[in-house]
Design a protein around this ligand. Structure first.
Ligand SMILES: [Fe+2]
Length: 361
């Protein structure tokens, strides 16, 4: 079938503390904090932090719900590792860099003939740097991580499943991927197109106990694929329903994009997203990305109650780009002056009362 999916849009994790997460992403993984906002479901204020490459490209965005109020259980039926591309030869740098930060890592390994190195977040989450020379996206750089080794964006992700069969059918029939190979316990799938971020590896672990599905520190929550438009999102929901996946969610307004979720057969929550005009640049200038807390307009009247319940955080000084290090699509839509275009499909928005007595711990 012709796929509506164009590649990974973002991947969402639940670490523990917010500052610990910011420090790991920015200093150890060398990512740029590109957005501070909050979880838009539920009645407890939880940060939603977005990290990406220099240009905050779709397909480079890892997001976090720092969920220190409850531990999760890592296991099968979950996304088990986020994969970033780095230039050929760069894994040697990353091994030394992780050693300098005393970050637990796997040493250099190989799968499908490509070198990679895995590293563990303090909350237990896994990331890997995979060598791939074709990826031309603009890496974020730091005082420790120069351009010639920086991460370009997602290569893809690794998903742990106990049985490959139904998850394989889901990726092929519902999402339009094709199977491109098997290497030991890893089954590789690729979606059509030419850009990066189109790979998913199913890691078959028949003996691994199932992980938890809800929010909980130390677990991945979902993977999101870009279908680009609202029309494609509606069509993707119909594809799910035709195949019997009738638990696909309503389409939700996430302000920076629109979202629809379904629980895939292997247990992994899968989101599809449509982009909105301005994207992450709707509510802050390019050089300001990630430096302040932004709430969706329908939460603004509760800003004080929300902020009072969030962990105070410090954004690294070097999160502001140096001249010439980013390229931003023109024209940039500046948020406070330009209303968001009225969506042409019905969208769900949830707005709770953020009671202080439910304070996150
Ligand atoms: Fe998401």
């Amino acid at each position: 079938m012709k796929s509506l999916v164009q590649g990974v849009h973002h991947i969402t994790l639940c670490p523990g503390g917010a500052q610990q997460d910011i420090d790991f992403f920015t200093q150890v993984l060398g990512q740029r904090l590109v957005k501070q906002t909050v979880l838009m479901d539920g009645s407890i204020p939880i940060y939603h932090l977005y990290y990406g490459n220099a240009d905050a490209d779709v397909g480079s965005i890892a997001t976090s719900f720092p969920y220190s109020r409850k531990p999760g259980r890592a296991g099968s039926g979950q996304l088990s590792c986020i994969s970033y591309t780095v230039p050929n030869g760069a894994v040697t740098f990353w091994k030394e860099h992780f050693d300098r930060h005393r970050a637990e890592h796997s040493g250099v390994q190989e799968r499908f003939g490509t070198k990679y190195l895995r590293v563990r977040h303090p909350a237990g989450l896994l990331f890997e740097m995979i060598e791939e020379s074709e990826d031309q996206r603009n890496p974020w750089t730091t005082t420790e991580i120069p351009r010639d080794v920086g991460t370009r964006g997602f290569f893809g992700a690794v998903l742990s499943v106990r049985d490959v069969r139904d998850q394989e059918s889901f990726f092929v029939d519902a999402l339009g991927f094709r199977k491109v190979g098997v290497d030991g316990p890893y089954h590789r799938f690729e979606v059509q197109g030419t850009g990066p971020g189109r790979i998913v590896d199913l890691h078959v672990e028949p003996e691994r106990a199932p992980g938890s599905w809800g929010f909980g520190a130390g677990t991945a929550h979902h993977i999101a694929f870009n279908v680009e438009t609202d029309d494609a999102l509606v069509k993707q929901k119909a594809v799910y329903e035709e195949l019997g996946f009738t638990d696909a969610s309503e389409i939700k307004d996430r302000f920076y994009f629109h979202s629809m979720y379904v629980r895939s057969p292997g247990g992994i929550l899968v989101e599809c997203t449509a982009n909105v005009p301005g994207g992450f640049y709707q509510d802050e200038a390019p050089e300001e990305l990630g430096t302040k807390l932004h709430l969706p307009p329908w939460f603004e009247d509760q800003r004080e109650a929300i902020v009072a319940q969030l962990e105070p955080i410090t954004v690294p000084e070097e999160n502001r780009p140096r001249p010439g290090t980013t390229s931003v699509p023109k024209p940039v839509v500046a948020a406070h002056h330009t209303p968001v275009e009225e969506p042409k499909i019905p969208l769900s928005r949830y707005k709770a009362t953020f009671d202080a007595d439910k304070q996150a711990t």
